[in-house]
Design a protein around this ligand. Structure first.
Ligand code: FES
Length: 354
């Protein structure tokens, strides 16, 4: 991080460091610059050009997300030239895809839609020509509609640089350029792990959660922050809830550690157990060969009687306890304490150790 220096943005002097881009310095100082392909924590590729700004003595407009600041730089983010260039980019993106918000799952949560509205574009100056790709609906978790893809590459970088799964990349050339797994296969036939990182990264409706389709509009969903129950890592996630039902699970990069918004396939898609009719809601005790529902008091009394009888007859080391990575650290601590202090044995283990 070298020594700080001054740059001028919109006629105001601000501090910057040599490892920062123009975009980062602007955002740090509350100056809005629109972005589409920029995805924090991944390589700045400067692909969409929606973040262009004017830099004094530069030959052309520069992509602020990819341009490092230098001492004395003079930057303008809101001139007519800048605004026209950004608007042209957004119009071209609109015209090159099937951005039909009426049926799009991302309506209300789409970064392209937001920019069109912000720039007050009634309709693009160019003829809308959708590429005519077939929608990919061959798996039960992720739906892809490449007609809505703006080729920002956020999904590619999320897959390769954040999850390091290296499944997605660009293929073909020119107007037929598209994103997908090798050999243009569907996700289900590729090496995809279904972590869903690409869905969270997609700024438009090209990659969406299939189970969330028609299950609630973005503004109807209540986001409930919670800790994933699948393992001991403690990943933070948002349950998107509509009418008391979990519609989808999204990562939140603002929560930071331990997962910085990333999730695995279980945490992302394995939430249907919450409403499963097969879910155990009460303890079960086997009576006459059949499991019967019981109260917690009955279950505790049953366990106490059985453990006491076994301990008296065969000694404490005849009992072993096996805990779970799905319990919290505190629960696992209490469990080993119970085995050692109450039962009197060190026979205690944990599934994560196997
Ligand atoms: Fe900078 Fe796309 S956000 S070029």
């Amino acid at each position: 991080m070298g020594e700080k220096f001054l740059v001028t943005i919109n006629e105001k002097e601000v501090e910057a460091s040599p490892d920062q881009t123009i975009l980062e310095v602007a955002r740090e100082n509350g100056i809005y610059i629109p972005t589409l392909c920029y995805y924090r924590g991944t390589t700045n590729v400067g692909a969409c050009r929606v973040c262009v700004v004017e830099v004094e003595n530069a030959r052309s407009l520069v992509a602020s997300c990819a341009m490092p600041v230098s001492p004395g730089m003079v930057i303008k983010t809101d001139t007519d030239r800048v605004k026209e260039a950004r608007k042209l980019v957004v119009e071209l993106l609109w015209a090159s895809g099937d951005h039909n918000c009426l049926t799009c799952e991302k309506n209300g949560n789409c970064e392209l839609q937001d920019l069109i509205y912000l720039m007050e574009i009634e309709e693009p100056r160019f003829k809308i020509e959708s590429p005519g790709y077939e929608k990919e609906r061959t798996n039960s978790m992720i739906e892809r509609d490449l007609n809505k893809c703006i080729l920002c590459g956020r999904c590619v970088r999320a897959c390769n640089e954040i999850q390091v799964n290296e499944v997605l990349d660009f293929s073909m050339r020119g107007s037929r350029t598209r994103v997908g797994p090798a050999f243009d296969t569907d996700y289900i036939d590729s090496e995809c792990f279904f972590c869903g990182e690409c869905v969270d990264a997609c700024p438009v409706g090209a990659i969406t959660f299939k189970q969330a389709r028609f299950a609630g509009r973005p503004w109807e969903l209540e986001k409930v922050r919670t800790t994933c129950t699948y393992c001991g890592v403690g990943c933070q996630l948002d349950l998107n809830v509509h009418d008391g039902k979990i519609v989808k699970v999204t990562g939140n990069r603002e929560y930071g550690q331990p997962n910085f918004g990333s999730l695995c396939v279980k945490g992302r898609f394995g939430m249907d157990f919450v409403d499963s009719p097969e879910r155990l809601k009460t303890p079960l005790i086997r009576k006459d060969g059949e499991l019967k529902e019981a109260s917690w008091e009955e279950a505790h009394a049953f366990i106490t009687d059985k453990l006491t009888a076994i301990k008296e007859e065969y000694g404490p080391d005849s009992i072993a306890g096996f805990s779970s990575a799905r319990c919290t650290n505190e629960e696992n601590y209490l469990f080993q304490k119970f085995m050692r202090a109450v039962v009197g044995t060190n026979n205690v283990d944990h599934c994560a150790r196997l």
